[in-house]
Design a protein around this ligand. Sequence first.
Ligand code: AQP
Length: 327
Amino acid sequence: MTRVLSGIAPSGDFTLGNYLGALKHWVTFQDDNDAFYCVVDLHALTNEIDPQVLRRNSLDAAINLLAVGLDPRRSTVFVQSHVPEHTRLTWLLECTATVGELSRMTQFKEKSEGHETVRAGLFTYPVLMAADILLYAAEAVPVGDDQRQHLELARTLAVRFNNRYGETFTVPDAAIPGAAARVMDLQHPERKMSKSVDSPLGTIGLLDSPEEITRKIRKAVTDTDGEVRYDRVAKPGLANLLDLLAAATDGTPQEVAKGYTRYGDLKKDVAEALNELLRPVRERRAELERDLSYVGSVLAEGASRAHGVAKLTYARAADAVGLLPPS
Ligand code: AQP
């Protein structure tokens, strides 16, 4: 079975982008693979976050992972900070990465732009992500398109480490979905939909009510030429809606565009398809909220399984670089 790993930061309420770009595929991957999925709480510390909010978000994120359909009998679901090897391996990889390559990360440039002080962790976080992946010898990493560059860095670090110290890490591949790999903000279709950006009308939450979803889709920015066709450059708002409908109905955006002559009809169908898609998630979420001890037991079992794998990889890497093992 192929080993799969991916993570999501508890940096805010999960969005439709997180769901279509990543979580929906995590669920599919668990069928035929040995899948590890984590709430990457350490990543959330790269920006300011209230400690109470981080704790609440982390539990919330775990509940959401189960609500979207992860099954703890088929997937290992855990919280990153419960497995100490993530930070330990990060140091070894920080001493493998260069300042130059981290400076080229576009997400760092975007997230640090305009800020007077920037946390060092925001700069080095792609290395922590590489450690998350390499610890589990993941061959496939299902992520949205925004993570493509970070995944490439993880591959580079694995290859460099192996060349320098001998075969230690599996070199991972990105598994990026065809449709809705980058869901855009409904009000600003030039930027991605993001959980930590304040854009109430532009962001659809995983747990939004049907009324909220319908309202946000109705108000989504399009254009004035009135023609329904898929063109991401000339018609980014409309293209985003076609991407959403395609992802929700397992079609292609070009195909779904053929069925429409009016924006209003398209928007109505997008809202309906999204409501249908997210309804079971909302229902499962409500059930899980009534059984938090179950969620706690899933995370404890997940951390124990993850630790069993991570400690072996870390020991190999520590030995490879020449750290004296404890006697
Ligand atoms: N808009 C998006 N479209 C498609 N996929 C997306 N992902 C995020 N936004 C979109 C995918 O969701 C997974 C988890 O994301 P993350 O928590 O690692 O952080 P991120 O990529 O930086 O996503 P956010 O929502 O924008 O979080 P913040 O606001 O904290 O930066 C990843 O696989 C990601 O590709």
